[in-house]
Design a protein around this ligand. Structure first.
Ligand SMILES: *[C@@H]1O[C@H](CO)[C@@H](O)[C@H](O)[C@H]1NC(C)=O
Ligand SMILES: *[C@@H]1O[C@H](CO)[C@@H](O)[C@H](O)[C@H]1NC(C)=O
Ligand SMILES: *[C@@H]1O[C@H](CO)[C@@H](O)[C@H](O)[C@H]1NC(C)=O
Length: 663
């Protein structure tokens, strides 16, 4: 029997038409309904007249700091010498950095110059990341006329207050002939009567309070200004709105963004206020932070304020173990305490040593909390660095995202660090002398001690322990340490800056009976959040047999039980010179709130910050406190003390250098 018979017989028997019809239907359904052509290599390149825009990495807009309540920079009296760190910073352009980005991605951290041409609001029963069914229809004719596809602002304006998901969508365009949005506002029904130039305003038909019970509707209106080609002046791109975002709580908007003055929802009960925020033009350039340096006017000192475990929330924060009653706004009280401490201490650098965010469901929108935790420091134009604790990434951002945001905040010197080792925010800062030699005389290392170790039990994930500093981080630290160049110590400043232009070198004051200088690496301090187990080893003893341990310890060491050997392999194996002491003299930890001691183990001091926040757990009678490190003699002497909420200075000790404890 031939093949044709096999085909032919069922055909003749009448079975065939049914099978054929079924098969043919499946084929048709596949071709016309189910089959989706693959994206192909072209989609990856995303070439096209609309797809890309050029990003200006350094916005040219002058700095406006007034919205932070910053006083204007005092003009320098004429004739004051100019220091090396005051030279205008040259912004190195990273050749590897991408200079173009797709238009249809919501990337609010990017400074963009393209404008928006249309806004809409869409409600959805499913979280938008799960499904695109609720996205407004992409219509190609409209896309052509208005430029750009719909882009979702990936922030739910109904969060915690409405029944369903509510998202803004906008079109971003590079076209020169499409009117661009120059203003947005929120108005109740009929409120548009008060708008000037009413005809140029457009209303979004869905209320921003859609699905929020008990509130009257409020509508988003946007004003369409001229097209780019109709703008007559050079500053056109500073008038158009280039980005939208959403803020939760009562904190400030993200740097460079402004709040629409009316709240979407005012916040009631457990719901926090919701605000729409927008950026005009390419945004404000981040203020330049001069390279970190010792202060020559303060006799070669450098003061660091450690701020540990702030535990901030989207809300005003819950008070924990406080005697103040009533206490309803822990975050604000903490900010106020920090503000007083900053004014009293006037530090050169503030270091946030982790758990800035409370996690535990209360910092559910990390970005809104990030925007507020460092506000008092930023307002005073003090450079600051941050590392992460175990709570920071418990909510909607992972560690890398968090550090990326931290690094893009004003006056932050936080760095994202290498990508190929564990953790985010492993970096180091070099503090230089204030004299013209700009010598690197103090090193600050920052490491990410991680969050939690999790194990999978079937479908469930269970936290088994705190995380710890891993081998690749040890390797990275050893590599960095090896690259640090020895300098002549103790360091003597070059007097040129102070003597103006009269033959500086000839008049350089020779210190009387100057101690002999030796070649050694600068002293280093290191900061990570979770202590290593060796921190609670028996302390070293001084000459009279007294343990070197200053301060209180009201709780068990609560670090990880896992250990990659950071103490032996890293801290005890880098030296300031061939036969010198360890390079890292002091380790600063957070994590414990009612432990604030400094203990020396095998020559290295381990100090805890002590809790400074009313929102973090505490202990009645244990005042909130911040630790200060004062480094003097151009890096030789390290002194530390704590300032309490009642402005008491306690446990004032010299750890390293002249007059050091146990030396
Ligand atoms: C934006 O619109 C609001 C409401 O009409 C108005 O008060 C504000 O001055 C406008 N801003 C600009 C920059 O035009
Ligand atoms: C553009 O902005 C600069 C700086 O703010 C200003 O000096 C200049 O006058 C502006 N130009 C116009 C045409 O408004
Ligand atoms: C710096 O040192 C000199 C001499 O030791 C002293 O007179 C002066 O008060 C010191 N200045 C400060 C700001 O500590």
């Amino acid at each position: 029997m031939g093949l044709s018979d096999q085909v032919a017989r069922p055909l003749r028997s009448g079975v065939a038409p049914i099978t054929t019809v079924i098969l043919f239907s499946i084929l048709l359904a596949y071709v016309f309904v189910l089959y989706q052509p693959g994206v192909g290599p072209g989609a990856i390149q995303r070439l096209g007249w609309q797809a890309w825009e050029v990003i200006n990495p350094t916005p040219t807009v002058p700095q406006h700091l007034d919205d932070l309540g910053l006083p204007a920079n005092e003009p320098k009296p004429s004739g004051t010498p100019t220091h090396w760190w005051e030279a205008p910073a040259s912004t190195p352009t990273d050749p590897a950095a991408p200079s173009t980005f797709p238009l249809d991605k919501w990337l609010p951290l990017l400074s963009r110059t393209t404008g928006l041409s249309e806004i809409t609001i869409s409600r959805c029963m499913f979280p938008p990341f799960m499904s695109s069914v609720c996205a407004p229809k992409q219509r190609y004719d409209e896309e052509f006329r208005k430029g750009g596809e719909w882009v979702r602002v990936d922030r739910d304006i109904n969060a915690k207050s409405g029944y369903w998901y509510l998202n803004m969508y906008y079109r971003r365009t590079r076209r020169f002939d499409v009117p661009l949005i120059t203003n947005i506002t929120l108005l109740p029904q009929g409120g548009e009567a008060a708008l000037q130039d009413r005809a140029s305003w457009k209303q979004v038909s869905t209320s921003v309070r859609d699905g929020v019970p008990g509130l009257s509707p409020l509508y988003l209106w946007y004003k369409l200004g001229p097209t780019l080609q109709d703008y007559k002046d050079e500053n056109a791109t500073q008038k158009i709105i280039t980005e939208l975002d959403v803020l939760y709580g009562d904190g400030p908007a993200w740097w460079s963004f402004d709040k629409v003055p009316t709240a979407v929802t005012p916040g009631k009960g457990n719901a926090e206020p919701v605000w729409i925020t927008y950026r005009r033009g390419p945004g404000k350039a981040l203020p330049t932070v001069p390279p970190l340096h010792f202060n020559p006017e303060r006799n070669g000192t450098y003061k660091i304020l450690q701020v540990a475990d702030l535990h901030f929330s989207v809300s005003h924060g819950q008070c924990r173990e406080v005697t103040t009653s009533p206490c309803t706004n822990a975050d604000d009280m903490t900010a106020e305490l920090l503000s007083r401490t900053l004014d009293a201490e006037k530090p050169d650098l503030v270091i946030f040593t982790g758990d800035q965010l409370n996690g535990q469901k209360t910092s559910w929108d990390s970005k809104s909390v990030l925007a507020k935790f460092a506000r008092e420091v930023i307002r005073r134009r003090i450079p600051w660095a941050a590392i992460l604790g175990n709570h920071d990434d418990e909510e909607d951002m992972d560690r890398k995202e968090l550090v990326t945001h931290l690094a893009q905040m004003p006056y932050s010197v936080t760095q994202v660090g290498p990508q190929d080792i564990e953790g985010a925010g492993n970096y180091l800062l070099k503090i230089r002398s204030g004299d013209p030699s700009a010598t690197h005389i103090l090193t600050l290392y920052f490491l990410d001690s991680g969050g939690y170790i999790k194990a999978n039990f079937g479908p469930f994930t269970q936290i088994t322990d705190y995380d710890y500093i891993r081998q690749r981080q040890i390797d990275w630290f050893l590599q960095q340490s090896a690259s640090i160049k020895p300098v002549l110590r103790p360091f003597h400043p070059d007097g040129a800056a102070d003597l103006g232009h009269i033959s500086a070198r000839a008049k350089k004051p020779v210190p009387e009976a100057a101690p002999a200088q030796t070649l050694a690496k600068p002293n280093a301090l290191m900061f990570y959040h979770i202590p290593i187990p060796e921190t609670s080893n028996a302390p070293d003893l001084d000459a009279s047999g007294k343990p070197l341990d200053v301060g209180s310890q009201f709780e068990e060491a609560g670090g990880s039980k896992k250990n990659a050997g950071f103490f032996e392999k890293a801290l005890l194996s880098t030296f300031e010179s061939a036969r010198g002491p360890p390079e890292v003299k002091v380790v600063g930890n957070g994590h414990h709130h009612v432990t604030d001691n400094c203990r020396r183990v095998k020559g290295i001091w381990f100090c805890f910050g002590g809790g400074g926040s009313y929102a973090g757990y505490g202990r009645l009678g244990f005042d909130r406190r911040f630790r200060v490190y004062e480094i003097s003699d151009y890096g030789e002497t390290i002194r530390t003390y704590k300032r309490t909420e009642f402005d008491k200075i306690i446990d004032d000790v010299v750890l390293v250098g002249r007059g050091a404890l146990g030396a």
